[in-house]
Design a protein around this ligand. Structure first.
Ligand code: Q0N
Length: 287
């Protein structure tokens, strides 16, 4: 017996297929991107690590907000998801000043309309986490927007609801990560609406591809922080003097192996589950 699946979309490193009118299949590949370029070399098990971590967080946060996860497939890299009407904004929460948040703060003293204290340094922890939504760019970078622009896209009450839920999710996950020696600097969430009008957390949540994870024992504000997962790849790419346009460089075996080990370490530290146990039986992450 076999099923007919229709490819309905792709991201840089994931594919989305329609299973039927109500369900999608989200498949995480082993592809890796750096400096916005997908590299020609894959990181074995990366897709399984990210799928398992995301499913773990869906299970951990299911009492805060419903999510789109229906089933984890035995391959460990595919999830059956409830098909939703996606909101047209990326829901970003920042607890630390990095990336475009740092860039905007340096230029204006604000991030998405949040006026911040003067004198903050790069990577510094914010007085409190802030909700900093962005538009979904089809190509190029998402654009940070303020409350007025976000509310114009989703409506005032929906905006308030995703802001409250995003902050609650960030607080819950960052608290667990911190207790395990990992800083969740920021994270990007996507929500959809189901047939009853309820908000549902979708996509991939609290993975290294959607979040900045920093090892707490190396945290040094005042500059950029090493990435938990991609630092070997970045360092190798920088050492080549590559101009960061396509095609990216092939990665040598030691960089692949070191990076794979970092993804697995992130999975095991955050879930306290052995990756081999997940590979054997993916449902172990559902608790
Ligand atoms: C959906 N995207 C954005 C995968 C991620 N549950 C859902 N229902 C309807 N649509 C979507 C989801 C989810 N998740 C999410 N696009 C459609 C990002 N995609 C890009 C391709 O890879």
């Amino acid at each position: 017996m076999s099923e007919t699946v229709t490819h309905v979309g792709s991201g840089k490193v994931r594919e989305l297929y329609a299973l039927d009118d109500d369900r999608l299949l989200l498949v995480a590949s082993d592809r890796i991107s750096t400096f916005d370029v997908v590299l020609p070399t894959e990181i074995p098990d990366k897709g399984r690590v990210l799928t398992g971590l995301s499913a773990f967080w869906f299970a951990q946060t299911g009492s805060l907000v419903p999510n789109h996860l229906l089933a984890l497939r035995d391959d460990g890299r595919s999830t059956e998801c409830k098909r939703l009407e996606m909101l047209p904004i990326e829901c970003v929460v920042r607890g630390y000043l990095a990336g475009s948040g740092w860039k905007d703060y340096r230029a204006t003293g604000e991030v998405c309309g949040h006026r911040l204290p003067a004198g903050l340094v790069e990577s510094q922890q914010l007085p409190a986490p802030i909700f900093t939504p962005a538009t979904k760019a089809l190509e190029g970078h998402d654009e940070n927007i303020d409350r007025a622009a976000g509310a114009a896209l989703v409506g005032e009450s929906r905006y308030d609801e995703v802001e409250r839920l995003s902050l609650e999710l960030y607080r819950t996950v960052s608290k667990r990560a911190a207790s395990l020696g990992i800083i969740l600097a920021d994270t990007k969430l996507e929500f959809g609406v189901d047939e009853s009008g309820q908000l549902v957390l979708a996509d991939e949540a609290f993975t290294p591809d959607s979040s900045r994870f920093w090892p707490a024992d190396e945290y040094t504000p005042g500059g950029p922080q090493p990435s938990f997962d991609k630092q070997f790849v970045r360092d190798y790419c920088e050492s080549l003097g590559w101009d960061k346009t396509y095609p990216g460089p092939e990665l040598p075996a030691d960089v692949v192996e070191g990076t794979r080990a970092r993804y697995i370490e992130a999975f095991e530290r955050l879930t306290e589950i052995e990756f081999d146990a997940y590979a054997e039986r993916p449902e172990v992450v559902l608790g």
